[in-house]
Design a protein around this ligand. Structure first.
Ligand SMILES: [Zn+2]
Length: 116
């Protein structure tokens, strides 16, 4: 009879290393995009403060992302805390404008490249 033995839990440092390796190889993740939010202006309301982060668009319902999966990093905008938390009450046109302004900034700053 086979004896069931508990599987040893990997060390925390090994789990963190594995997570970084997964992120680095995932084409939908870009720390260059998410980290570029520091010092940016909110592309929804125009405020510039320390709360600006890269906000992922709420597109899980449209099949981008899913349970345990974030929407790809490119599908987002620079947003302040107030706009990010108010996102469920924000119209799609406002979010689209924020996305468009953010993508233009990413191109202007060379974070994403449009091939000629
Ligand atoms: Zn804002």
């Amino acid at each position: 009879m086979n004896e069931l033995r508990p599987v040893p839990k990997p060390k925390k440092s090994d789990r963190i290393k594995a997570r970084h390796e997964r992120k680095a190889s995932d084409p939908n993740r870009s720390s260059a995009i998410t980290e570029s939010a520091k010092g940016e202006t909110c592309t929804i309301c125009g405020i510039c403060d320390e709360t600006i982060v890269w906000c992922h668009l709420p597109l899980r319902c449209a099949g981008f992302g899913g349970i345990g999966l974030k929407v790809p990093d490119i599908l987002g905008y620079y947003g302040c805390f107030k706009c990010h938390t108010n996102e469920p009450n924000t119209g799609w046109m406002e979010l689209l404008i924020g996305f468009a302004r953010s993508v233009i900034k990413l191109v202007e700053e060379g974070i994403i490249e449009v091939k000629k």
